[in-house]
Design a protein around this ligand. Structure first.
Ligand code: CA
Length: 398
C-alpha cells in the first residue's frame, strides 16, 4: 500500500541524511520487534539498519510498467552472444575440477550450471548496483509488497547474523537478488550450501559455494540427471500450433507421431518425458520441445524467454551452434558487442547517452528514435541490425 506522505518523504530523503526521515525511522522502529520474533537480535538489527537511507528509485522500479517490451530475438541476442559463449567456455575450463565435484554431488552438468551463472551475473561480473539492505528496508516501509520485502530483509539480517554474509559492500538488484547466483535472500537461506568448507555459505565471495548452490537449486527443482532440457524442432507442414504451450504436456512419442522432428536431424533419444511444445514467437519462428529439466530452469526465474536463454546457452557451451530457424523479423537483434558499437556511434553523433555499457536504456532509446527518424527508418527506438548498419555507413554520419 503506497502512502503518498511517506513517498514524498522518501523522495526528499534522497538528498538528506537518514535522521531527517521520521517516517522511515518510525517504520524501522515498528520492524524491530517483528525482527526479534524472527530470531534477529536487537543489536544485529540496530547495527545494520543504523544510517540506512531509503532509496526512492527502488519504489519506482516496483511500479515500473515497461513501455518498451523486448522482443525475444533481442533478449536472446544479448544474453546468448558469442562473448558469453566464449566467456562460459573459459569458465568451464578454469573451474573444470570444481564443476565435476558439483556434478558428482548434485547431478547437474557443468554446462547447465555455468549457463545459469552466465545469465544471472555474467559469470560474477555484475551483481547489481543497489545497496541491498537500503533497498529491502525501503521496500519494507513503502510500496505494495511490504510484507514480502520485510521477510526478505529479515532473511538478509539473519544471513549476516549467522556469519554467512559479510554486510560490507552488499549490493544487488533493486528487488534484492544478489551475488553470483542472484538468489533472493529467502532462497539463499533455503538453498545455499557451503561447498568450499570454510563454514560460511557465501554466494558473494565464493565461486564454489555459488556454483554448488545453483546446482542444489536445480536439483531441488526436480532436475533429472543426464536428461536433456529439450531441443529445437521442426514442425511438419500444416501443423496445428494450438497444441503448443508449456502446460500442454504429451508423451514425447505423441509429438513424434505428429511429425515433429529435431532441427539438428537424426533421432530424438527415447524417453517418456512429459513434453511440451514452445513457440516463443508464434508459428513462424524457432520451435522447441521441452522436458522436465526445462521446468527446473524455469523455476529459477519464471519466464520462458529466460529459461530458453539458459537452455540455449548450455547447448552452445556443449559445442552446439546457433538456433536453426530464423526469428520472424527482418531486423535481427544485437549482441552486446554490437550494442556497444551502436552506443559509440550515437555518442559520435553527439547524443548524451551516458556510458558505453552495452545496455540499451532510456537515453539510448531516445537517441535511437531521433536517428531512426532522421534516416527515414521506423522511429521505434529499438536497437537492431538495421539502425546499426545505417549508422555505420558514411551517409549515416554527420
Ligand atoms: Ca563457504
Amino acid at each position: 500500500m503506497r502512502t503518498p506522505a511517506l513517498l514524498s518523504l522518501l523522495l526528499l530523503a534522497a538528498s538528506l541524511p537518514a535522521a531527517a526521515d521520521p517516517a522511515f525511522t518510525a517504520c524501522l522502529d515498528r520492524l524491530r520487534p517483528a525482527a526479534a520474533t524472527a530470531g534477529i537480535h536487537t543489536d544485529t538489527f540496530d547495527r545494520h539498519t543504523a544510517g540506512l537511507v531509503p532509496d526512492p528509485t527502488v519504489l519506482e522500479s516496483l511500479d515500473f510498467q515497461p513501455e518498451f517490451r523486448t522482443p525475444i530475438w533481442d533478449y536472446l541476442a544479448g544474453l546468448v552472444d558469442q562473448e558469453r559463449v566464449d566467456d562460459g567456455r573459459a569458465m568451464l575450463a578454469e573451474h573444470a575440477e570444481l564443476l565435476q565435484r558439483v556434478q558428482a554431488q548434485y547431478g547437474v552438468d557443468p554446462q547447465t550450471v555455468v549457463a545459469v551463472w552466465g545469465v544471472e551475473s555474467n559469470y560474477g561480473r555484475t551483481f547489481g548496483k543497489k545497496p541491498l539492505l537500503a533497498s529491502l528496508a525501503t521496500l519494507s516501509c513503502a510500496g505494495r509488497r511490504q510484507a514480502f520485502f520485510q521477510s526478505e530483509m529479515f532473511a538478509t539480517l539473519k544471513l549476516i547474523q549467522s556469519g554467512d554474509l559479510v554486510p560490507e559492500g552488499l549490493v544487488g538488484s533493486w528487488a534484492g537478488a544478489f551475488g553470483h547466483t542472484q538468489f533472493m535472500p529467502s532462497t539463499y537461506a533455503r538453498i545455499a550450501v557451503d561447498f568450499d568448507g570454510d563454514g560460511r555459505r557465501d554466494l558473494v565471495g565464493s565461486i564454489p559455494d555459488a556454483l554448488a548452490s545453483t546446482a542444489n537449486y536445480l536439483k531441488r527443482s526436480g532436475w533429472r540427471t543426464g536428461r536433456p532440457w529439450g531441443r529445437e524442432v521442426v514442425l511438419p507442414e500444416g501443423f496445428d500450433s494450438a497444441v503448443s504451450g508449456r502446460q500442454a504436456r504429451r508423451p514425447l512419442s505423441a509429438w513424434l507421431a505428429r511429425g515433429v522432428k529435431p532441427a539438428s536431424g537424426g533421432p530424438i533419444s527415447p524417453g517418456d518425458d512429459a513434453t511440451a511444445l514452445l513457440l516463443p514467437a508464434g508459428k513462424p519462428g524457432p520451435a522447441f520441445l521441452v522436458h522436465k529439466n526445462f521446468d527446473a530452469i524455469y523455476s529459477y526465474n519464471a519466464a520462458e524467454s529466460y529459461a530458453l536463454a539458459i537452455a540455449h546457452l548450455s547447448d552452445r557451451l556443449r559445442g552446439g551452434g546457433p538456433l536453426t530457424a530464423p526469428w520472424p523479423t527482418d531486423d535481427p537483434g544485437l549482441s552486446r558487442k554490437e550494442r556497444r558499437e551502436l552506443q559509440t556511434l550515437l555518442l559520435a553523433r553527439g547524443h548524451d547517452i551516458g556510458e558505453v555499457d552495452g545496455m540499451i536504456g532510456t537515453k539510448s532509446r531516445e537517441a535511437l528514435k531521433l536517428e531512426q527518424a532522421r534516416l527515414g527508418l521506423p522511429a521505434e527506438s529499438r536497437a537492431g541490425q538495421r539502425i546499426l548498419q545505417a549508422l555505420r555507413e558514411p551517409s549515416g554520419q554527420p
